[in-house]
Every structure is written in structure tokens, then in C-alpha cells.
Design a protein around this ligand. Structure first.
Ligand SMILES: [Zn+2]
Length: 405
């Protein structure tokens, strides 16, 4: 974190991708003042007295948004075991390091969908207070799951609508920004299957009702068809993974603006590492079983116009915190246009989080969360990985402008 960041900064010479899905533009400079984007102005008409940063040959975009991370998990081969073995203070220190890696990769906002001991909430507050470098964090505190269901090893187990209500209220009391539900089985918990429903429709309705009363949005880990449908019917904000999506459910999501956060990279990383990397056999087997269906569901969502927001599930096996590019690359590989993938990690993600007036686009008045990369990510999504400059709230958190272009 550089306290030497000038009060008024002009970012000049870059191609601009506004984050709206529109093509890159040139001959425009971005004025940053007071932590916000002050204006987008024609090149050559820079106001006097401002510090000019030359970004020639680079592309400037809104800071990227990762809608699904777990700051408490460290992408070890068996991260849930690592979490269980660490003292809470150790988990907190590691989460601080992961937050820094994240923002330095150009990801200036994350939604943390479940941890323990209030760690993600504390990281959120520390970043906000300027104590540590990191992305803006929206945190779910603990995810709510059924007894013995997916996520039980660090979630809040709850059974029956009344207990689920109480579990949600506990997260709200702890300061959660968003409520996370584990609606179905998943890959990372032994003895549960991705295709099985878990929380009942009544429990899901109760949870979402409590969240809505408090003005909070909701996210559901939902892989099985019945679980996805129950969440969509109950008015969930986002479906995470969505592996067994159907045409009827996807159509309803498109109509109601319910977003899919596919997290394609999570099972890919498990399969790539495999048992050889020390990943538990059950996780590898289940990931292999659902991989094809997962990609098909993503493609179905694209075809039917479901809003897609980018999220990596960072922290799961061999799926590290930091760059969101591996996920965007898989989305592009499965048929999404690079500019649309960028929108999924900027303006669409911001809308999904309810922060469209604050982040997700290069537009006057928004927070000066900005990232400059080498090359043309609107054509080659991989270019997003070559990060040269990151501003978070107008402060320079990474400056590699001296690196060879
Ligand atoms: Zn997750």
C-alpha cells in the first residue's frame, strides 16, 4: 500500500475496456481523484497540476471481481484438513497473505462464500480500515448446511426451517454481507454426492426470507437439479456451480435475473492434480464424474441468456487465491467471448453483488478500482494475467510499470 499515491492521477495512453461488454477504445484518459474515477477525458486535454501515469501499450480495465472465494482455504491438496489443523490465528494470518495475493493479481473485490472464526469478516474490516492491502471483501461468515451435509466441516449445521432461520440470523449478527447456503451435495465433502439434494425447499425458503428481511443477498452451492430448482423458486441471488442445470431452470434464471457462478476451474484443478498430488480420492472421482455435465450447464446458461458472473472457488484443491484468469480462460474455451468473460468479472459481477453503482465499470463516480495489463485481453483473455498496475480505491497497490513491455 503506497501512501505516496498522488491525490489526482491521470492514467494516460492505455486502451480502455469499460467493463460493459463494449470494445476497447483509445484516445481517452482516466482521471482519478479522491479514490474515485473523476472523469474519462480526451487525451491531450489533461488538467494542469495532475500527476500523469503513462500506460502506453497497456489495456486499462475496471478492477476484477471474484464472486466465489474462500479466504480460509489455502488450495492445498486437502485444504479442509489444513484448515482443521491450523489454529484460528494461523488461518487469519494466512488469509491476510491470500488477500494481498488477490489484489495484486488485479482482483479488487471478492465475495467470500464461507469460512470460520470470522476470519473473512476481519480481513474485510482490516482492508476497509487501510490496515492491510487486499480486495474489498463481501463475506458470508459461515455457510449454512444440513447436519452432515456438504460443507459441514466448517459450516453451520442446521436442520428444519426454524433452525435454519436461527443459523442465518447468527451469520447476520456476526456481520455477514451475504448468506451462503449449501443446498446440495458437493465434491469436497466425503460421503455426499453432488447429485443429491440436501437442504429442503422449506429450509431454503426460510433462509432466503431471513436474508431478504435484513437486505442481504444469497448464494447457494447448488449442483443437483432439485436443489438448484428449489433455490431458484425461493428467489436466490446466485447459483454456485450449477452442475445439473436444465433448460427449464436456466430459462427461469434468465427471466428472473438469477446469476450462475460456474466456478469451472475448481473441478478442473482437482482433476489436473489428481490423486498423485495428494487430493482425496473421493474429490477426484466426483470431479471427473461431473466435469462434462458442468461445462454443458455453463453452455446452456450462455445460450439461454442467464447472467454469468465469474468466480473461482479459490482455496479449493490446487485452485490458489490471486488471478481469476484461469476461470475466465475456461469460460472462453467453453464458448464465451473474451469481452463477455471480462464483463462477467466486472459489470455483471458488480450487479450480482448489488454494487453496480460502486464498482465494475470505468465510469465517473465509481471507485477507482483499476487494473492495467499488457496486451489485448478483449481478444486474448490470457493477457489479463500480465498485470502491470493495480489501483484499489485510488491507491496504487501494485506498480510494475517499469517491467519490460
Ligand atoms: Zn466454494
Amino acid at each position: 500500500m503506497t501512501d505516496a499515491t498522488p491525490e489526482r492521477l491521470i492514467l494516460s495512453g492505455a486502451r480502455l475496456i469499460y467493463g460493459t461488454g463494449a470494445r476497447a477504445v483509445t484516445e481517452r484518459a482516466v482521471v482519478v481523484e479522491g479514490g474515485r474515477i473523476g472523469a474519462v477525458i480526451p487525451e491531450g486535454r489533461h488538467p494542469a497540476g495532475a500527476t500523469v501515469l503513462r500506460l502506453d501499450g497497456l489495456t486499462l480495465l475496471p478492477g476484477l471481481i471474484n464472486c466465489h472465494v474462500h479466504l480460509c482455504l489455502g488450495a492445498e491438496a486437502d485444504p479442509v484438513r489444513a484448515l482443521a489443523e491450523d489454529a484460528p490465528a494461523t488461518t487469519a494470518i494466512k488469509a491476510v497473505v491470500r488477500a494481498r495475493q488477490t489484489v495484486e493479481a488485479g482482483v479488487t473485490t471478492v465475495r467470500d462464500l464461507g469460512g470460520r472464526d470470522g476470519v473473512a469478516l476481519a480481513v474485510r474490516d482490516a482492508v476497509r480500515a487501510g490496515l492491510i492491502p487486499g480486495p474489498r471483501v463481501l463475506a458470508a461468515a459461515r455457510g449454512v448446511c444440513m447436519t452432515g451435509g456438504h460443507g459441514w466441516r466448517f459450516g453451520r449445521e442446521a436442520d428444519g426451517p426454524d433452525d435454519v432461520r436461527r443459523a442465518v440470523r447468527e451469520q447476520l449478527k456476526a456481520g455477514a454481507d451475504v448468506i451462503k447456503l449449501f443446498a446440495t451435495g458437493g465434491v469436497m465433502t466425503p460421503g455426499v454426492e453432488p447429485g443429491s439434494p440436501q437442504l429442503t425447499p422449506e429450509e431454503i425458503r426460510a433462509a432466503i426470507e431471513e436474508a431478504k428481511k435484513a437486505g442481504r443477498r444469497t448464494a447457494a452451492h447448488a449442483q443437483a437439479e432439485a436443489g438448484i430448482a428449489a433455490c431458484v423458486d425461493a428467489g436466490i441471488t446466485t447459483i454456485e456451480h450449477g452442475i445439473f442445470l436444465t433448460e427449464a431452470i436456466a430459462s427461469k434464471m434468465a427471466r428472473e435475473g438469477i446469476a450462475l457462478v460456474p466456478t469451472l476451474v475448481a473441478p478442473e484443478a482437482i482433476i489436473a492434480g489428481g490423486i498423485a498430488a495428494g487430493i482425496p480420492e473421493f474429490a477426484v472421482r466426483k470431479s471427473e464424474a461431473v466435469r462434462g455435465r458442468h461445462v454443458e450447464s455453463f453452455q446452456l446458461a450462455l445460450r439461454l441468456g442467464v447472467p454469468v458472473a465469474a468466480g473461482t472457488d479459490a482455496g479449493t484443491p490446487l485452485n490458489p487465491h490471486g488471478s481469476i484468469v484461469p476461470e475466465l480462460a475456461l469460460m472462453v474455451k467453453a464458448g464465451m467471448a473474451p469481452l463477455a468473460a471480462i464483463s462477467a468479472a466486472t459489470s455483471v459481477a458488480a450487479r450480482v453483488l448489488g454494487l453496480e453503482a460502486e464498482i465494475g465499470r470505468i465510469a465517473p463516480g465509481l471507485a477507482a478500482d483499476l487494473v492495467a495489463v499488457a496486451g489485448t485481453p478483449g481478444e486474448q483473455i490470457g493477457a489479463l494475467a500480465d498485470v502491470r498496475l493495480v489501483l484499489a480505491g485510488g491507491r496504487v497497490v501494485l506498480d510494475r510499470l517499469g517491467a519490460a513491455r
